[in-house]
Design a protein around this ligand. Structure first.
Ligand SMILES: Cc1cc2nc3c(=O)[nH]c(=O)nc-3n(C[C@H](O)[C@H](O)[C@H](O)COP(=O)(O)OP(=O)(O)OC[C@H]3O[C@@H](n4cnc5c(N)ncnc54)[C@H](O)[C@@H]3O)c2cc1C
Length: 401
């Protein structure tokens, strides 16, 4: 039985209040700091999170006892629509804690773990990172080797992680470790690792854009208290799948709405750009493409609603998250590719050629386009999502192991 996701009068009142609050709060928060000024970025991202919290808009769907709003599913959808509409700051560095670390604790954590971390995440006081991938364990994540050996009340960790986003500023890490070297999937545990423990070394990695959003992370004799285990020892693969379902499913909701706005801005832009003396908007092929893309974004949004409805029934998003992740990241790439084509030569430069109609800066579009390339890899590559969809949703034969 699907959940009723039609908006009620109460939802529309919530929308009106939120819209009024955003109209003042967003401009007051100012412009984002330079991408490689990490202290300023943390302050800006967390400052916005704190404002959301103080106004009662943080963790819209998280339980009230942990600082959330405890609101309905439809209010959560309204929240995504309105924050995208107001171009509110992106959650940025708070991504892991808010989109999948916190939700994993809500589903799987102990009472103590929930009380210790959830309110702090919502207040912007705790930044989390994700220590899943290793040099030989990306798509085949269960091949991870970072060892955790029990020593009294602690696990002693040794090994290496890679592509750890925001590691240099994180306070905690959702850390996957091997607690049974003789097993594969059944020898993994999910730990909350404080990032200030001795023995953790972070080496930032520059991206294609020259930024250092992610790092290599080395752990040498790092002692993590056993009470930081989420789920049982060696049951971490099951917990990991809970994390990944949040990461692949509901985590992109706001970004999908943002795409719809981007398409509207592109239509505005096309009316101002000329190609060979003619308005770009006169090009039927372009108009058709924008129309098709818009319809695809709408269908993705419908899938997000389905996903949120499943979350309401089971506490965890379903496997459909893989289809959303695949659809969103590939669509995102197509939309920004079209935007760079529309800009012509300006679409090849990272320097802004000035404010463009529709509020788009040309340099920002190129940056976003380059960034979309990495999104089809992050959180499990497109090929891996296709494998999951074919094997676990469509029931097709499994690939040979
Ligand atoms: C922007 C960004 C941020 C990231 N942030 C984090 C983070 O914070 N924490 C973290 O732990 N990780 C993070 N990652 C890592 C990400 O999860 C991995 O890059 C991803 O899982 C792929 O692993 P890999 O890079 O080792 O590629 P590989 O697994 O080596 O894959 C290489 C290629 O082979 C393909 N391939 C592999 N296996 C199969 C198969 N069975 N069938 C078909 N094709 C296959 C893949 O699709 C890919 O094209 C991030 C990555 C990016 C791009």
């Amino acid at each position: 039985m699907p959940v009723d996701l039609r908006y009620s009068d109460a939802d529309e009142t919530f929308r009106k209040d939120l819209r009024a609050w955003l109209a003042e709060a967003v401009p007051a928060h100012g412009a984002p700091p330079p991408r490689n000024d990490w202290d300023a970025r943390r302050e800006w991202d967390s400052g916005w999170q704190r404002k959301l919290f103080d106004a009662g808009y943080a963790g819209v769907q998280w339980p009230k006892e942990y600082g959330g709003r405890g609101a309905s599913l439809t209010e959560e959808l309204v929240y995504y629509e309105e924050t995208a509409r107001a171009q509110a700051p992106y959650i940025g560095m708070n991504f892991v804690g808010i989109r999948h670390g916190g939700p994993t604790l809500i589903a799987e954590g102990t009472e103590l773990q929930k009380q210790a971390h959830l309110p702090r995440i919502l207040r912007g006081e705790e930044i989390w990172c994700q220590g899943f991938s290793e040099p030989q364990a990306g798509s085949d994540l269960a091949a991870l080797k970072t060892a955790a050996v029990r020593d009294g009340d602690h696990y002693v960790l040794n090994g290496q992680k890679i592509w750890t986003s925001f590691a240099q500023k994180a306070d905690y890490c959702e850390m996957l470790v091997r607690t049974d070297p003789d097993a594969k999937h059944r020898g993994i545990s999910w730990l909350i690792m404080p990032m200030d423990l001795p023995g953790i070394e972070i080496r930032p990695l520059p991206t294609l854009l020259g930024e250092t959003d992610f790092s290599e992370m080395f752990v040498e004799d790092v002692r993590v208290p056993v009470e930081n285990l989420v789920g049982a020892e060696n049951d971490g693969w099951r917990v990991t799948n809970v994390t990944l379902r949040f990461e692949r499913g509901t985590a992109w909701a706001a970004d999908i709405i943002e795409l719809q706005r981007m398409l509207r801005d592109m239509a505005t832009l096309a009316k101002h750009v000329t190609h060979d003396g003619a308005s770009a908007w006169d090009d039927k092929a372009l108009r058709r493409e924008i129309g098709h893309l818009s319809a695809e974004v709408e269908s993705l949004w419908a899938m997000v609603k389905l996903q949120i409805s499943e979350l309401a029934k089971t506490g965890v998003p379903g496997l459909g998250g893989s289809a959303i992740k695949l659809g969103f990241t590939e669509l995102n790439q197509r939309i920004y590719e079209l935007a760079t084509q529309l800009l012509g030569r300006a679409g090849m430069s990272r320097s802004d050629v000035g404010e463009l109609p529709g509020g788009l800066g040309s340099g920002r579009i190129v940056e976003k386009y380059l960034n979309t390339l990495s999104l089809t890899i992050a959180a499990g590559s497109s090929q891996i999502q296709r494998n999951i969809i074919s094997e676990r949703i469509l029931g097709m034969p499994r690939e040979p192991r």
